[in-house]
Design a protein around this ligand. Structure first.
Ligand code: GUN
Ligand code: ZN
Length: 446
């Protein structure tokens, strides 16, 4: 990791791109901003000003060195609304669908996080990988072990990342070494929440894995804990796989449907993020909308596990728009890159016969993700007062990208090319809260 920490104000010049509003619900002109020759001035970890270089150069503090990113796009740092740091080591474990994949690959891998050294080493790799991909905020599942949460938060705080994370709660249907109980899960989560939530940029999420691995007692105590700390977050999985949905219906016969299980235990509402939601029906989507419950759409995971095609445009229907962010869902997901995830969201939306465009994909990876986490007032755009989390994108990162970029005629097309070809090579630099935390060596990438 490169850590060229700068004190005091910083300024960056390049082409600026950001969303001020939701392009699914308003016109592209209203939602999307582009400054071909732009300037961002950051002070005390926040964006002080962003606009055209010509209009803002007079506001530059004397003697400030302007980082020159002309030829690049300067965008808000990417936001990953669903990822498992403890599954970094099982990416690409193929051949199974969800329930078998959990049993065969995921649970065995998560055992190892009882060991503090494994947790620390993996947290280091994980946080560096986020930065190499321009991701400055993530909503993260840890393992059932409290020390896995400590390891992640310690590494994240050293890098200035805004991480929301929690200890997984599981008290049934998993190997016994991975189980807590309703009470120990509550106690451990509460202690972690009190230790980490609001410390620097870190935030806690109450994290029942999914209805299949928690008893009603555990879901009830998870709901009670969240109610005691309503400004914390809640994350779980829902309606990812048809076999899973049928099984959940069997084990919660009294509940109307999958969403109703979480609603019943007080686990829905603003700051709740449900991963996947592929097989939710119209009535469940309505209740997501009404309650402010968000869904993390994880396209690379959904195709890798053969889970199904999320109907993204339907979920965002203006009649009852559900807040949606993008998730990589490592380790079922196949890339840490939100650019690649935008590209796969586009392909899945094509297969569902309702394609999104590049601006909509970009919104989901930035301001849409922030709003899904209920952090839209703080991250996800370049508006003054936002945290200075920035990613610098290089449209000429590889010889093929440079060749393709020569014929691009609009910034929207440039974003489409970046999400089609883009991966960590397209990330020139990453800034977290006004600090340069990753810089791609200039010799790499082509
Ligand atoms: N459902 C419950 N646990 C998991 C998990 O770890 N990954 C995915 N993709 N789905 C889940
Ligand atoms: Zn997941």
């Amino acid at each position: 990791m490169s850590t060229a920490y700068a004190d005091g104000p910083i300024a960056l010049r390049g082409a600026l791109v950001w969303c001020e509003d939701d392009p699914f619900l308003s016109s592209e002109e209203q939602a999307f901003r582009h400054e071909a020759d732009g300037l961002v001035i950051c002070r005390d970890g926040k964006i002080a000003a962003a606009g055209s270089y010509a209009s803002l150069k007079g506001e530059l503090p004397p003697d400030i060195a302007v980082a020159d990113y002309r030829g690049h796009l300067i965008a808000p740092g990417f936001i990953d609304t669903h990822i498992h740091f403890v599954q970094t080591g099982i990416m690409g474990a193929h051949g199974r669908q969800l329930l078998d994949w959990l049993e065969r690959h995921t649970f065995p891998a998560e055992h190892a996080f009882a060991d503090q050294t494994v947790a620390r080493t993996t947290a280091r790799v994980f946080c560096d990988e986020l930065l190499r991909n321009g991701t400055t905020t993530a909503l993260v599942f840890c393992s059932v072990h409290p020390q896995s949460v400590d390891a992640l938060f310690e590494e994240a705080s050293q890098r200035g990342l805004l991480i929301v994370a929690g200890k997984v709660l599981m008290d049934r249907n998993a190997p016994s070494a991975l189980l807590d109980t309703a009470q120990t899960g509550y106690d451990q989560s509460k202690a972690l929440l009190n230790k980490w939530h609001g410390r620097g940029r870190l935030r806690y999420a109450v994290t029942p894995r999914f209805a299949g691995t928690s008893t009603p007692e555990q879901l009830e105590l998870a709901g009670a804990l969240w109610k005691e700390h309503p400004d914390a977050h809640m994350q779980t999985h829902i309606a990812e796989n048809e076999r899973e949905v049928a099984w959940i219906r069997e084990i919660f016969p009294k509940r109307r449907d999958y969403f109703d299980i979480y609603a019943h235990f007080g686990l829905t509402g603003r700051r709740a993020v449900l991963a996947h939601g592929i097989h939710l029906d119209e009535s469940e989507l309505c209740r997501c909308h009404e309650s402010g419950t968000a869904i993390a759409h994880c396209p690379t995971s959904n195709t890798f596990l053969g889970s199904g095609l999320f109907r993204l445009r339907d979920a965002r229907d203006a009649k009852r728009p559900v807040e949606i962010g993008l998730g990589t869902d490592i380790g079922a997901g196949t890339s840490f890159s939100l650019l690649a995830t935008m590209g796969e969201a586009y392909k899945v939306s094509q297969l569902a016969h309702a394609p999104i465009d590049a601006i909509e994909a970009f919104y989901l990876a930035t301001l849409g993700g922030a709003r899904a986490l209920d952090l839209g007032g703080r991250i996800g755009s370049l508006a003054p007062g936002q945290d200075a989390d920035l990613v610098i994108l290089d449209p000429n990162a590889t010889p093929l990208m440079a060749f393709r970029t020569r014929s691009v005629s609009s910034v929207k097309e440039m974003l489409a090319v970046l999400m089609t070809f883009g991966d960590d090579r397209a990330v020139k630099a990453t800034y977290a809260a006004g600090h340069l935390v990753h810089e791609r060596p200039s010799s790499a990438g082509g």
